[in-house]
Design a protein around this ligand. Sequence first.
Ligand code: ADP
Ligand code: ZN
Length: 607
Amino acid sequence: MNVLMKSSSEILKKHFGYDSFRPLQEEIISELLNGKDAMVLMPTGGGKSLCFQIPALMMEGTALIISPLISLMKDQVDALRTNGISASFINSSMNRDEENMAIEKCMRGETKLLYLSPERAMADLKGWLPRLKLSLIAIDEAHCVSQWGHDFRPVYKVLHQLRESFSNVPLITLTATADKLTRIDILSLLGLRSPKQFVSSFDRPNISLAVKFGMNKRDKIRDIYQFITKHKNESGIIYCTSRASTEEVALDLKELGIDAKCYHAGMSSDDRTKVQEDFINDEVQVVCATIAFGMGIDKSNVRFVLHYNLPKALENYFQEIGRGGRDGLKCDAILYFSIGDLIMLRKFAEESGQPQINLEKLERMKEYAEAQICRRKILLNYFGENLREHCNNCDVCGNPPKHFDGKLIAQKALSALKRIELEGKKVGGNLLIDVLRGMRNQEVLLPGLEKIKTYGAGADMSAKEWSHYILQMIQIGLMEIAYDDRNTLRITSFGDLVLKGTVTLSLVIPTIEETKIRISKDKIRSKKVVVEEDDTSLFEVLRKIRKEIASERGVPPYVIFHDKTLRLMEEARPMTLEEMLDISGVSQTKINLFGKKFLNAIIDYRN
Ligand code: ADP
Ligand code: ZN
């Protein structure tokens, strides 16, 4: 046992360049080496692949990996080959000859890992596959077996035939998303033999969480622009609800000089593939996408994931932000939250096949967005995990809410609302704010709202401040949104009590970031220069070399070295190949293939 584990650590360093295992990896590997089945539940970026790749290298025969997407197969095979491991896939992108060659290589025992789609595996099970000597079977994205999940693939249901054909081969299933029902389906439908279940923490501490509220479209674009100019050369995804908004946001950003493209299911498959590949190869910086974007992407250096709109559930949100920071380096996740989005999503949920469940999920999403306590605690708690300490890597931890006696402010808003109600009229949040601030626009004047006694009573505060306070009043339950009455605001009985002054009330001082940039055409041009300005840090030098090598070899840059490895090189500045080998992520094979190029660059830079 000890001998085995020792050699698995050696393989970890030799082939992958890493010094230590992540939580659970070692246990899972030894389970497979002992011939047992295993079910693995780990978050995206948790390090699932090594759990079957390392035993595959240590056992006799070929490991069969079932993977649902061609792009994922290609990515893993590229990465393995760059580490000097004989891996291949067989899929519809190959011609007959290529296929036959790949099969023959497997039959000769020269391939350690073979990736197949589930459809292909089932077809080949009637042909050559049973004659292959298998070391283990890994079923990736195992949640696809469940109808309850979001990626149901009917063919997953017959994959248990693999177990029947190879009854003595250890089988491992892996997934990042599995609620209770999905877990039961994985266990019962994929033919596992009393497997040990390995469930790792879903915390991704390197992803920093933040929510911004009360921004209109213009504000959001400004804010995003400002954010991206601080993160030049860094890859990021902006998720939007609608196809139209992905196009709009990409266009707005492009006009500001940012290298952005859109991606949605309405585009041709060629166009989508092109955007995805450009993103993976660091050819385009930002992709504005619907949720259609992401599953086929293993890109490890996504440095920010922004949500231009509110997602419909925390499952979706968690999965989407999980595409950032896979290499363990910092990643920013910012969610833009607006009542307008909430109202729209409520409507979708109500019209969906399962309104009760979907409304409940949306409610939990909303609670997260409105939270006044550590957001990571809420997120992990949703997945059944309790975080003891505050995370110190979310906006609430970084800027804890400051409470004050908010009775007067609440009374102004409640009184205005009450008087409007007494006049037999109805208003939404924006109009209420206009009345409070004494605005003289059509919406106010036409129904005669300027005659209300509290008209202008809140003129001392900005519309943004008011919108924060009104959101808080809704959250506390002083007023509510009448979803059944054109989403207007309604005072509640608790609101009446506060209005009468019989209870105390504390509110939180809103944090309102002023976007400093005024976007004018001149500014755009001058900003563009800043974006394109050359960065002369060692990291940038190494990044350029990485890009060249990646292009030559036809693989994504992160397959050559992760950002994290480049950062470590920048820090350690090794002077010899031996010193370079000490860096996490640098394997012997990579040293042999391109270590010299990086080393020379570091030496030049030092001089
Ligand atoms: P998952 O499939 O769970 O999303 P991956 O297997 O792609 O995650 O691993 C995520 C990243 O973490 C990869 O870049 C991988 O090389 C890296 N990684 C995995 N295990 C380790 C480890 N023990 N030490 C350092 N990095 C690791
Ligand atoms: Zn926190």
